[in-house]
Structures are given as C-alpha cells and as structure tokens.
Write a protein that binds this ligand. Structure first.
Ligand code: 13P
Length: 255
C-alpha cells in the first residue's frame, strides 16, 4: 500500500514571517490527519523558520529547488548539503516553471535528483506536457521522455524513495484540472514506465497529481488507483484549505 503524500508548493509566496504564521495555524488542523505524509515547500528564505516551527510535528520540510554541485562559484545558488542541514526531507526538481522559465534540461534535473539522494533528501520529480503537446497527442511521449531522463541518476536500490509529480502544464494555476480519469490514464502510463526502469520498486513509487488541486476535486482525484497524492500550489497558501486537502475523503475503498 502506498502512503498518500500531500505537498504544498508555495512557489514565490510568503515571507518567512508569513510562513511561520501559516505553520502555527496549520499544525493543529492536521495533527490527527492519520497515515499520510504532509510536506511544505516554502521559499529558501523561509526554510529555517518553517523547520523550527515543524520540529516534532507530523509535517515534513521540502525545498523548491537545488543546485547539483556541492559548493563553489555559483552565485545565487543553494547546495544540497545546505538543504540537508536545515532538515529538508524532500526537494522538488523539474517543475515546469523551472523547465520553461529557466530552461532547465532533463540532464540538469537528473543531476539535481541524484545530488539530493546523495544527501538523504527524497526528490519530488515533476513531469508534464504543455497544452500544445497534449493537443498533438504527444502527452505520453513527452512525459515518458522526461521521466526516464530525469530519473537517470536514481540508484535502483533506492528508487522507492522517489516521488513523481505529474503536473500537466495547462492545468497549473489555470483552474483547469485534468479529470480524474484523464489524470489516471497518465499516472498508469507513468507507473508502467517506472516498472520498466526499476522493476518491482516501480510499484512502490508514489505518483502525485498537480494542477489546480483544491478541496472540491481532491477526493475524486485521490480515489484513482495510481494517484497517490497531490502537489498543490494556489490552494496550499491558506491553512484551512490545504488542511482540507490533506484530510481528503477516502471514497469507495481507495487507499
Ligand atoms: P496550482 O495548484 O496553483 O495549479 O499549482 C500546481 C503546481 O504547480 C504545484 O507544483
């Protein structure tokens, strides 16, 4: 049974003070959330404050990005060891905003995932097609290529620790969610590709859906057999809203 994982990606929102305020309001709302993994990914400048607020709680800390190098002349960048020192358990790599706005390649993303692993941080590897790619019937090709290339540096023995996030670009921040059936179709294809890459471990890898997830649609998304969690942007910014997502309703025998 794969343990659900609900993660908040705050992107470039919330100062350290605002993030700390969120944590204070949020923790009591999810204290008895049960067997789910809950993750917050604040901006770099808020990591330390949020780490302090989360200490001893059932919520884990994630970074939104990382540079794959250990240290050196990389102005403005943050090394994986620095994130590990702050207590990050997860790190997001390959988000479509970084692929599109900062021209990050699959190879660069793969090296980030490997660097996180080397520091004991689980990568959350994002993949997803644009609207143009979907309309050209290229969704599974694009997602498959991103997946294989981005996971190239993942040691097979530890593959089960990876989290994959399927985020169709056309659904991010647009209010347009993929229907649960449409998301499931891509998740099932991802699952089978993970099996080809990692054998039985592929079955243990959690696949999150991301793209306009909100309280109104999380339950039906989570009821799909290969949707193991959500990576949430806009709807994760308010404590009550993200708490409702974390406390999704398990419909019809879903895990
Ligand atoms: P929204 O939930 O705002 O659509 O963002 C999704 C996302 O990009 C999470 O990484």
């Amino acid at each position: 049974m794969r343990r659900p994982i609900l993660a908040a990606n705050w992107k470039m929102h919330k100062t350290a003070a605002e993030a700390a305020e969120f944590v204070e309001e949020f923790l009591p709302l999810v204290a008895d959330a049960g067997s789910v993994d809950i993750v917050l990914a604040p901006t770099f400048t808020a990591l330390d404050r949020v780490a302090n607020g989360l200490r001893g709680s059932n919520v884990a800390l994630a970074a939104q990005n990382v540079n794959p190098e250990e240290q050196g002349a990389f102005t403005g960048e943050i090394a994986p060891g620095m994130l590990a020192e702050l207590g990050c358990r997860y790190g997001i790599v390959g988000h479509s905003e970084r692929r599109a706005i900062y021209s990050e390649s699959d190879d660069f993303i793969a090296s980030k995932a490997a660097a996180l692993f080397a520091h004991g941080i689980c990568p959350i590897v994002c993949v997803g097609e644009t609207l143009e790619e979907r309309e050209a019937n290229r969704t599974l090709d694009v997602v498959g290529r991103q997946l294989v290339a981005s996971l190239a540096g993942v040691p097979e023995a530890r593959a089960a620790e990876v989290v994959v996030a399927y985020e169709p670009v056309w659904a991010i921040g647009t209010g347009k969610t993929a229907t649960p059936e449409l998301a499931q179709e891509v998740h099932a294809a991802i699952r089978s590709q993970l099996g080809e890459c990692f054998g039985a471990a592929g079955d243990a890898i959690r696949i999150q859906y991301g793209g306009s997830v909100k309280p109104e649609n999380v339950d039906t998304l989570m009821a799909q057999p290969d949707i193991d969690g959500a990576l949430v942007g806009g709807a994760s910014l308010a404590p009550e809203t993200f708490a409702r997502i974390v406390r999704f309703e398990r419909l019809g025998g879903a895990s």
